[in-house]
Design a protein around this ligand. Structure first.
Ligand SMILES: NC(=O)c1ccc[n+]([C@@H]2O[C@H](COP(=O)([O-])OP(=O)(O)OC[C@H]3O[C@@H](n4cnc5c(N)ncnc54)[C@H](OP(=O)(O)O)[C@@H]3O)[C@@H](O)[C@H]2O)c1
Length: 294
């Protein structure tokens, strides 16, 4: 039997790459969108579809070219929507409408855990709430995944936080909940393979919880090198320069959100990644040096 096709939007991103990897491992034929005609997707086994995932005409072409009836949809406030929640909503709506026009039988939408509970300053989550509502009323068969903070934030050179040997930095020292983007993909594959169980359902993706000291201990254990836990910037600057993210962290730090637990997620994905697992999986520091020495 030929494998089922799935289209991954923004397949070159942090989420898209690892979701594509998980789909390939689950036996799907994976098509991934990228604006580049020269991406590294073929090297991963992903069939590239040249497409700007924020543009309706491009999305229509991507569905026609791939023939996929399953799709993994993300939107992105910071880059693709240029910090404009209305634009992010329009981009997400274009993806849902294109999926409907293409006769998609299962759309997975990546939202954010507890998106509706953050205060009004957390602008980057406004569109997620509205898009969930739009999707629920669209008539497109769907499931929703609601991840918490990505482990990938611990090695994020684009946001001035490259992972370096002996130190791990984050915008909070407190207890936080984390997930691996790869586990978003593994959960999505489970949903696509069991539509009877997962259509119209939502799942929080939360793999592990701990404070930054515990994250540092995990990296130390994996690398064999002592690791310091440090704030990526003083809280005073976080409040001053990153108001949106500062208020997101206040929900985590003061209100102890998100409400979901690793225990609940592990009922669906029993081997969801811990911090140690993620450092082994990630494999290298930002400069390319291996975390686990051979
Ligand atoms: N960080 C977290 O902890 C966290 C937690 C939960 C949810 N999220 C959500 O994750 C999403 C971001 O996903 P991600 O981290 O995978 O994204 P990402 O890594 O920033 O995506 C990068 C890709 O976006 C494409 N891109 C960049 N600028 C673009 C533009 N102007 N127009 C169209 N495409 C553009 C590029 O692909 P090409 O050049 O190949 O086209 C690039 O490879 C957001 O919705 C965020 O809310 C994040």
């Amino acid at each position: 039997m030929s494998s089922e096709k799935v289209l991954v939007l923004n397949a070159t991103g942090k989420v898209g790459r690892n979701v594509s990897k998980a789909f390939l491992e689950a036996g799907f034929e994976v098509y991934g969108t990228t604006r580049s005609s020269n991406s590294s997707l073929p090297g991963m086994g992903v069939k590239p579809v040249v497409c700007n995932y924020t543009q309706r005409e491009d999305l229509d072409k991507a569905f026609t070219q791939s023939g996929a009836k399953k799709v993994f949809v993300i939107t992105d406030y910071f880059a693709a929507a240029k910090k404009n929640a209305n634009l992010e909503f329009e981009q997400g709506r274009a993806a849902i409408d294109a999926a409907k026009a293409a006769g998609v039988n299962h759309l997975i939408f990546m939202s954010v855990a507890d998106a509706e509970f953050f205060d009004e300053h957390v602008l980057h989550l406004h569109a997620k709430v509205d898009l969930e509502k739009y999707l629920r009323s669209s008539g497109v068969p769907f499931s929703i995944l609601r991840p918490c903070a990505f482990f990938e934030n611990l090695d994020d050179a684009a946001n001035w936080n490259p992972l370096k040997k002996g130190v791990v930095k984050f915008l909070s020292l407190h207890h936080n909940k984390f997930c691996a983007t790869y586990d978003i993909g593994r959960a999505a594959a489970i949903q696509l393979k069991a539509p009877d169980q997962w259509l119209s359902q939502s799942l929080d993706v939360i793999g592990w919880q701990g404070n930054l000291e515990q994250v540092a201990e995990a990296l130390s254990k994996v690398s064999g090198v002592p690791v310091k836990a440090k704030l990526a910037m003083p809280i005073f600057f976080r409040r001053l320069f990153l108001k949106d993210l500062h208020h997101m962290f206040l929900y985590y730090e003061v209100q102890k959100g998100p409400l979901g637990t690793p225990e609940a997620f592990k009922k669906v994905l029993p081997d969801a990644m811990s911090a140690e697992d993620w450092f082994r999986f990630h494999g290298k520091y930002a400069n390319g040096e291996r975390i686990v020495q051979a």
